[in-house]
Design a protein around this ligand. Structure first.
Ligand SMILES: [Fe+2]
Length: 243
């Protein structure tokens, strides 16, 4: 894993030195290409995960079950994740809370990029159009920008396992990802499991007894809660008042 630690150190230093997102991505792609042109270090990581389960405590359940957290920088300036793609696995079109670099370590990965055409003001509606597609082999990397500037869907077009190594910059911390359906022209918020439970609870309170729910939501808004949950409480309150 020395190779990987060295990679994280180089990313950390580079991000501190470069000021623009363009340069961070440009230099980051070179470093990601370097680390993804070798697979031995990732073998060692998986070996450790299987033989020493306690070493996997860094893992948090996320939106994507095939995601593995490899490193989180202490100053939150970047994270390194691995995604293991089963044969023919295809992603839904989504956005990101930060810039990202996605390098292929094993087999190949396809990517479709999309542009958003509407202004995002109509709740649940999104008109997106495919703008580019590509296939990336070991040592090759693509990138995304935050929010509407980085809509894409990746897939494993092969009949075997594929692996990507992804580096993401500082997140804007929305606490959710948006999934897009180009045919139905819809956009949906998707929460990680622990937040999802609370979002579902909020919606259900309001469905059972709107007037009692209003009191509970007001109380919750007064307590310290992550901003993405407060947003959900406020949306549920607005809905109750609108009835
Ligand atoms: Fe992505």
């Amino acid at each position: 894993m020395e190779r990987f630690e060295d990679f994280c150190g180089k990313i950390q230093k580079m991000l501190a030195e470069e000021k623009t997102v363009f340069r961070k991505i440009e230099n980051g792609r070179e470093l990601v290409s370097e680390i993804t042109s070798r697979q031995d270090w990732f073998f060692d990581y998986l070996k450790k995960m299987i033989l020493e389960p306690a070493a996997s405590e860094i893992q948090k359940p996320g939106i994507w079950p095939n995601e593995f957290t490899l490193y989180r920088s202490p100053d939150k300036s970047f994270v390194v994740l691995a995604y293991i793609w089963d044969a023919k696995l295809a992603d839904i079109v989504h956005d990101h809370g930060s810039w990202g670099i996605i390098g292929t370590l094993l087999a190949s990965l396809g990517e479709k990029k999309f542009a958003r055409l509407d202004d995002g003001r109509q709740e649940g509606f999104a008109d997106i159009r495919e703008t580019a597609r590509g296939v990336f082999g070991p040592g090759e990397a693509t990138f995304v920008l935050p929010l509407n500037e980085g809509l894409h869907a990746m897939d494993n077009p092969t009949d075997g396992i594929a692996v990507s190594i992804n580096v993401y910059g500082k997140t804007i911390g929305r606490g959710y990802v948006q999934f897009f359906d180009p045919e139905k022209k819809t956009v949906t918020r998707v929460f990680p499991p622990r937040t999802l439970k609370e979002v579902l609870a909020v919606k259900t309170l309001a469905a059972i007894d709107p007037s009692r729910a209003e009191g509970v939501l007001r109380e919750a808004l007064g307590a310290s809660r992550p901003p993405q949950l407060k947003q959900e409480y406020e949306a549920a309150l607005a809905k109750i008042r609108g009835k």
